[in-house]
Design a protein around this ligand. Structure first.
Ligand SMILES: [Zn+2]
Length: 253
């Protein structure tokens, strides 16, 4: 995931507008935890288990072990491309991890629910995809992570993000700790298909074949532009990985 410059997410203004919700999000965390014993809000209780703290270091491994592969799909959901990615994954019998941008999730809750309904996992990719997160204040990082958490969980109907992936990999010790404390394992990647740069299907396929030995977590995108190359590459890569004896899993938490 290169640090996409000039991405054109219109998230900045919205993020500023949402800044006031940080306190509300933090409050709801404690409400949810209290509900484990109080039981006043069944909906919060359902989503509470995933909120238990997880490790703070950046995960790359697969829960399928040494021959596992984690397909990760970033920056959506997107009304043009996410349904096509979902159909392809369904046809291939592959589960993936979707790192969603908060504003996208908020705009397309039906797609967030469709991702969850198909058995995929959610990952928090911040409110507005700011790849300079690691140069910003802790208050800003907190707002980006907690507001996105709230937006994604609301859009999904209560299913929480199990991971946190900083845009462009711009993690900080603070952001990793904050995410982990709320049950979102920091998530890295091993193989960058660079699909965002439209390198061509053959190049993307070759990249995965060459680099999958480096580690199991592969990065694709389902938003931010024409993703037809991504779809075409996935159509080749998924069967190839199966032929090589890989199975598809989720990043460890
Ligand atoms: Zn991204």
């Amino acid at each position: 995931m290169a640090r996409h410059k000039g991405r054109g997410w219109n998230g900045r203004l919205l993020a500023a507008a949402l800044g006031v919700t940080v306190v509300a999000a933090a409050t709801s965390m404690w409400t949810a935890q209290a509900d484990i014993t109080g039981g006043r809000q069944p909906q919060a209780r359902v989503s509470a288990p995933d909120a238990r703290p997880v490790a703070v270091d950046i995960a790359h491994a697969s829960d399928r072990g040494a021959r596992g592969v984690n397909i990760t799909i970033d920056d959506g959901p997107d009304p043009d491309w996410t349904p096509q990615v979902l159909q392809l994954l369904k046809d291939s019998g592959v589960k993936a991890t979707f790192c969603m941008v908060g504003t996208q999730a908020q705009a397309h809750p039906d797609l967030v629910k469709a991702v969850v309904a198909d058995g995929h996992r959610l990952c928090n990719h911040t409110v507005s995809h700011d790849t300079t997160m690691d140069t910003r204040s802790e208050a800003y990082q907190s707002q980006q992570i907690l507001d996105a958490e709230r937006m994604i969980t609301k859009a999904s109907g209560g299913v929480r993000s199990q991971y946190y992936r900083a845009p462009g990999g711009a993690f900080t010790p603070y952001s990793r700790q904050l995410a982990a404390s709320r049950g979102m394992r920091p998530l890295g990647w091993n193989v960058d298909t660079k699909d965002f740069e439209h390198p061509g299907v053959d190049t993307m396929v070759a990249t995965v074949k060459r680099e999958i030995a480096n580690g199991p977590t592969v990065l694709f995108h389902d938003a931010g532009g024409d993703r037809s190359q991504t779809l075409a590459a996935l159509r080749q890569i998924l069967p190839w990985l199966k032929e090589q004896g890989y199975s598809f899993g989720f990043p460890v938490r």
